[in-house]
Structure formats: structure tokens, C-alpha cells
Design a protein around this ligand. Structure first.
Ligand SMILES: Cc1cc2nc3c(=O)[nH]c(=O)nc-3n(C[C@H](O)[C@H](O)[C@H](O)COP(=O)(O)OP(=O)(O)OC[C@H]3O[C@@H](n4cnc5c(N)ncnc54)[C@H](O)[C@@H]3O)c2cc1C
Length: 623
């Protein structure tokens, strides 16, 4: 067997890689341990969230699958932060887990250029400096021009529930053994990380009257730019809280926790902590909020979001039953932690190709990330670049001001990671540019130019952008007279004022402007884009100026003996990282894994205020 692109892994990274590579009419093989489980959601059956929702829209604009799939199989849609400005909106949806998985399989199988092969890959072969073939546990050898590795949490996976542990790629599935060794023999170093998941609850045993309902949005926003059907909420999520009894149960049983008894040594996701970590690190805090979320329409199973734990089963039962509404709840699947191998992403180029082995790409959790969206974002880019290499065409790289996927890959390949990496808006210095409303304008032309988007769809989107431009130019030209404005809402004017100037005011809505100029209001997508463009215009310039300032100052020395503890506004964790690494320059400080551009701004302002920069005055810094 011989293929242009072989993808190993049918998780969220592998799916996107196989799908996108097939768009270039290449022969693609998706090899996975279990074909029925392609598209399985290992943890929460939810897609999106703040920053993560933007990644899904970016994947969609690049030609990927995730956005379309969640629009089709979502059962509860909510735009997070919708009461704030569009720059921080994050679309999130609860999926029907089984329908999502089956739907993804159907979409992939409808693409005739993708072949499937079930089995475990146990080794890789190279010829010269390039990948040559993969070897299956059945002994079958498959030759490949390019290979994308996307094995998720499966490499030497070890699951923990209390002090018991068992081998598994995720609960109920075997681990992948042998492949890490084969990759290491190619000179690629591996490390070990950990993640965890909460218990699943039988919804028939829950007393919902003691919980607060969280309905979806009345008019959900689609993730995909191609979605035309109206999205429907078909389920409700529920909110409850832990309490002092729950916390006491956790504290009393820490000696039986694999995390706190020293059994698990690898690092876990600091920003997605287990309930054990939350109670130890943040104390009682009047209780930690939990969301009880449906796993699908045909199952009574519910996901207890916020209660990730690896305590023993009997302790999990006790702590679940201590929570309002869950007094009689039954656990269907216990929570667990998993340790697995990953490969330090510093060993990759910005195209996600290995620096050591030509035509070998790495994507998803094996690069030290956590989350479906982060995995899928890497999958789409690795798939595009594998296809480009197979065709001998130029690759695609995304910069930090073009996409969250660009920020993700830049962070991974330049800083590496010491804990499962998750995306946040604070990791992006250009977050006002990287909005979820404009992903198509940022990325669709790039994907189209490389042949991953159809001409018909590109033309369709161009019409949307042209309409937006026409409206923006109309607003920039059209004055509103005081008579037409002053009685229509807050904030009066004395002289005729341009519509675009008035729309910059925070309290002014686009609807009010269009009523005043007596023009037909565009559809809500165009309205959102117009409003965001106008309201953020000035702020984007400030954001760029701050970034340029940071770039100029990055080689500046941090004074010797500088006390990072003094810097107000930094997280304790960040202070600890600075104290441990003692960076000598701002650039060195930014290169520490987990340190964000926002942290550097805080540090820069503090040093400048204290006039502690060598050779730098307050004026130079512009403060
Ligand atoms: C216990 C647990 C808890 C998690 N908690 C969170 C969380 O709190 N928050 C969060 O955002 N994310 C969480 N995740 C992570 C989320 O599931 C992953 O980030 C995401 O699924 C990674 O996608 P992936 O494509 O990289 O890998 P996966 O979805 O893990 O898919 C890997 C695929 O590779 C296949 N495979 C592996 N080895 C081989 C081989 N040798 N040969 C052939 N096929 C192979 C597997 O069968 C599978 O199809 C958790 C995952 C687990 C298991």
C-alpha cells in the first residue's frame, strides 16, 4: 500500500488532517485503532468557549470540519461573554456525543479519497532524511510520502482511579505501545503529561429542582461560515456548586488520591484543574461552580463539568452525593486521570513538520496541548502542510496576528510546554484583530489560494465582505442631524455627525444608527462585523502600537536582583516562573512557557514606572 498522506489517529487532530489533505485530490489513509470511534469526544462533549470558539471558526475558514459538525450535532448553543464587546465573544455548544461521532464518520466516508485502516501503528521507518513507511501491529507496512502523527493521549497511556492504575489510551480502550520508542529512535525526545476527567452521572437520578437551569441562546450563532440552517437548542444544562462537606471529603481522602500521594508525577493542566487541586489551591471559596451537561439526546448520561477527579470510586460517590441536586445521583462512569507520552513541540517547524525527519508532521495532544479545538487547529494545519509537501508546493504558516492557530503553534514551537497547553485570549497580543466574527476574512483567502476552499464558496463569502465594505463606506459618508438623533436614545449631538463616529460610542447600537439614517438594517452577521470594525478601530491601533513598543523593548535588560514579587497584577504562578527562571531580558521572560504577552506588558509597565530599565527612561517607554 502506498499513499500521499497517511494520518495516524482518528481523534480531532487526525480527522481534520485527513479531511483537509483529501481536498487536494491526494490519496489519503486514516489509520486508527478503532474505526467506530473516529471522532470520539474523550472528555466533555462540548466544542468552543472563549478563544476556543475562535479556533473552531478559524478551522472552518481554512476548510476544516469541526464547525460544520458541531452546527449539525450541537444540542445546546451559547455565545459566552455576549454582554461584552465582540472581541471577547466565544461561541460554545454542547454536542450529542454519539451523533457527533457518527456524523464525523459519515462526512469523512463521503470523501472518496480517504481510505481507512483499523489497527495500531507500532513503528515508523525512514529512508534518508525522510519518512518512508509505517508498520502496523498486524505486520502490514504502508508506504507514505508524508505522515501526520495524531495519537492523542494513547502513547503508553496509564489511567488512574484512586491508587489503582491500568493501561489505557482513554478509559475502555487499549494504549498504544511501542510507537514512542520507535519515534524516539529517530532522535525525537518524548516527555510525560497528565490530564483528567470528571465522573459521568445518570441523569435519571438527579434532582434538577435544586439546580439552576442554563438555557441556550434564543437565536444561536453558527460556528461554520457555511451553515445556513437555523440552529436549535434541544437540551438544557444545569448549574450547582460544591460545598464545605464536599471539600471536607476531598481533604480527608487526599492520601488515596494518585495526585497527592505522589503516584502521578507528570504535570497536569493548571488552568483546567482537578477538584482536588481547586480545593487545595483555592480553598472553599464559598463552593466551586459545577455544570451538569447532557451527553446526548438518546442517553441519560450527564457530564459533571468542574469535578474532574481521580479519587477512588467510593470517595467520588460520597463527594457527588454531597452536592445539591445530586444527593441520590448514581455515577455511570467514574472520573479518572491519565498519564501519556508527548513530544516537546520545540522539535517542530512552524508548519508542524519535524525538524529531524522530513515529511513527518505532529498534531494534537501529542504536541503537549489539551482540548479538541487546539488539537483540530493543529490537525488542519498539519494536514495542509503534509499535502503541500506531498505535492512539492509551498507550505502554510500562520502568524500571531493572523490567527489563534498561529499563536498556538508559535507558542508551542518557540517556547515548548511543560504542562498541557490550553488556549486563552491572554495568550494573544492581537486579540482585537483575532475576533470570531472576522475569521473568514483573515483566513479564507489563504486557504482558497492554496486550493482548500471551493471557488463557489469563496465567491459567496466575497459577496458578504463586499456588502460589509459598502455599508462601512456608507456610514463613513453619512451624517446624522441632531434632530434625527437627540430623541432616539442617550448621548446628544449639537452638529451633524458622521454615523461611523457615533457608532464608536460604547452605548450606541447599530440598530439606532440605521433607524436614524433610514436605511435597511443588514443581516445580523454583517451588523456584528460592521459594529466590531468601527468600535474597535482605534483600539486595534493602540494594540498594534503596544505590540510594536514591546518588540522594541524586548531586548532590554531586567535589572539584576529585580523582585518579581513586587509586581502587582501578575498571577502567583507567573511570579514563581519568573523567580525560578530569573530572566535577564523581557524577551527571555516572554520565552518562558506559560508566560503571556499580557504578563510582559504588566512587567514592562512596572519596570518602567520604577524607572528600573537600564538606559530606558519613562519617556522612551512612552508612559
Ligand atoms: C481522561 C481525559 C481527560 C481529558 N480532559 C480534558 C479537559 O479537561 N479539557 C480538554 O480540553 N480536553 C481534555 N481532554 C483532551 C481531549 O480529549 C484531547 O485534547 C483531544 O481529544 C485530543 O485530540 P487528538 O486528536 O490529539 O487525540 P485523541 O482524541 O486522543 O485521538 C487519538 C486517536 O489516535 C488513535 N491512536 C492512538 N495511537 C494509535 C496508534 N498507535 N495507531 C493507530 N491509532 C492510534 C486513537 O485510537 C484515537 O483515535 C481529555 C482527554 C482525556 C483522555
Amino acid at each position: 500500500m502506498q499513499f500521499d498522506v497517511v494520518v495516524i489517529g482518528g481523534g480531532h487532530a487526525g480527522i481534520e488532517a485527513a479531511w483537509i489533505a483529501a481536498q487536494k485530490k491526494l490519496a489519503v489513509l486514516l489509520v486508527t485503532n478503532h474505526i467506530d470511534l473516529i471522532g470520539q469526544m474523550s472528555c466533555n462533549p462540548a466544542i468552543g468557549g472563549i478563544a476556543k470558539g475562535n479556533i473552531v471558526r478559524e478551522i472552518d475558514a481554512l476548510g476544516g470540519l469541526m464547525g460544520r459538525a458541531i452546527d449539525a450535532f450541537g444540542i445546546h448553543f451559547k455565545m459566552l461573554n455576549s454582554s461584552k464587546g465582540a472581541a471577547v465573544w466565544g461561541n460554545r455548544a454542547q454536542a450529542d456525543k454519539q451523533r457527533y461521532r457518527n456524523g464525523i464518520q459519515k462526512m469523512l466516508m463521503a470523501q472518496k479519497r480517504i481510505c481507512f485502516l483499523q489497527g495500531m501503528v507500532v513503528a515508523l521507518n525512514t529512508k534518508g532524511e525522510s519518512i518512508y513507511s509505517i508498520i502496523m501491529d498486524s505486520g502490514v507496512e504502508v508506504r507514505a510520502k508524508t505522515v501526520v502523527l495524531a495519537m492523542g493521549t494513547f502513547l503508553n497511556g496509564l489511567c488512574h482511579i484512586g491508587l489503582s492504575s491500568f493501561a489505557g489510551g482513554r478509559c475502555g480502550e487499549p494504549p498504544s505501545c511501542g510507537l514512542t520508542k520507535s519515534i524516539a529512535e529517530l532522535g525525537i525526545k518524548s516527555g510525560r503529561l497528565k490530564t483528567g476527567t470528571p465522573p459521568r452521572i445518570d441523569g435519571r437520578t438527579v434532582n434538577f429542582s435544586k439546580m439552576q437551569a442554563q438555557e441556550g441562546d434564543a437565536e444561536p450563532w453558527p460556528f461554520s461560515f457555511a451553515t445556513e440552517h437555523k440552529l436549535k437548542n434541544r437540551a438544557v444544562c444545569w448549574i450547582t456548586k460544591t460545598n464545605s462537606t464536599t471539600h471536607a471529603i476531598i481533604r480527608d481522602n487526599l492520601d488515596r488520591s494518585p495526585l497527592y500521594s505522589g503516584k502521578i508525577k507528570s504535570s497536569g493542566p493548571k488552568y483546567c484543574p482537578s477538584i482536588e487541586d481547586k480545593v487545595i489551591r483555592f480553598g472553599d471559596r464559598g463552593g466551586h461552580t459545577l455544570f451538569l451537561e447532557p451527553e446526548g439526546l438518546d442517553t441519560s448520561e450527564m457530564y459533571l463539568n468542574g469535578l474532574s477527579t481521580s479519587l477512588p470510586f467510593d470517595v467520588q460517590e460520597k463527594l457527588v452525593n454531597s452536592i445539591a441536586g445530586l444527593e441520590r445521583a448514581k455515577i455511570v462512569r467514574p472520573g479518572y486521570a491519565i498519564e501519556y507520552d508527548f513530544f516537546q513541540p520545540l522539535q517542530l517547524k512552524p508548519t508542524l513538520e519535524s525538524k529531524k525527519v522530513k515529511n513527518l508532521f505532529f498534531a494534537g495532544q501529542i504536541n503537549g496541548t489539551s482540548g479538541y479545538e487546539e488539537a483540530a487547529g493543529q490537525g488542519v494545519l498539519a494536514g495542509i502542510n503534509a499535502a503541500q509537501n506531498a505535492l512539492g508546493e509551498e507550505g502554510l504558516m500562520l502568524s500571531r496576528d493572523e490567527a489563534y492557530i498561529g499563536v498556538l503553534i508559535d507558542d508551542l514551537t518557540t517556547k515548548g510546554t511543560e504542562e498541557p497547553y490550553r488556549m486563552f485570549t491572554s495568550r494573544a497580543e492581537h486579540r482585537l484583530l483575532l475576533r470570531q466574527d472576522n475569521c473568514d476574512e483573515r483566513l479564507l483567502p489563504k486557504a482558497y489560494n492554496k486550493g482548500y476552499i471551493s471557488r463557489a464558496f469563496y465567491q459567496k463569502r466575497r459577496k458578504v465582505w463586499e456588502k460589509e465594505k459598502r455599508e462601512l463606506s456608507h456610514l463613513a459618508k453619512t451624517n446624522i442631524k441632531p434632530k434625527a438623533w437627540n430623541n432616539s436614545g442617550p448621548g446628544s449631538i449639537k452638529i451633524p455627525t458622521r454615523s461611523s463616529v457615533l457608532l464608536k460610542r460604547p452605548e450606541v447600537t447599530i440598530g439606532r444608527i440605521y433607524r436614524a439614517i433610514k436605511r435597511k438594517l443588514p443581516n445580523r452577521e454583517t451588523c456584528l462585523r460592521i459594529e466590531a470594525n468601527i468600535k474597535y478601530e482605534g483600539f486595534i491601533e493602540i494594540e498594534r502600537a503596544e505590540y510594536d513598543k514591546l518588540k522594541k523593548l524586548e531586548n532590554q535588560a531586567i535589572p539584576f536582583g529585580f523582585d518579581f514579587n513586587e509586581v502587582a497584577g501578575l498571577l502567583n504562578e507567573t511570579k514563581k516562573k519568573f523567580l525560578a527562571n530569573k530572566p535577564a531580558t523581557l524577551k527571555a521572560a516572554l520565552s518562558i512557557p506559560g508566560v503571556t504577552p499580557a504578563d510582559i506588558s504588566v512587567l514592562m509597565i512596572h519596570i518602567a514606572k520604577e524607572q528600573k530599565f537600564k538606559n530606558v527612561s519613562r519617556e522612551t517607554v512612552g508612559l
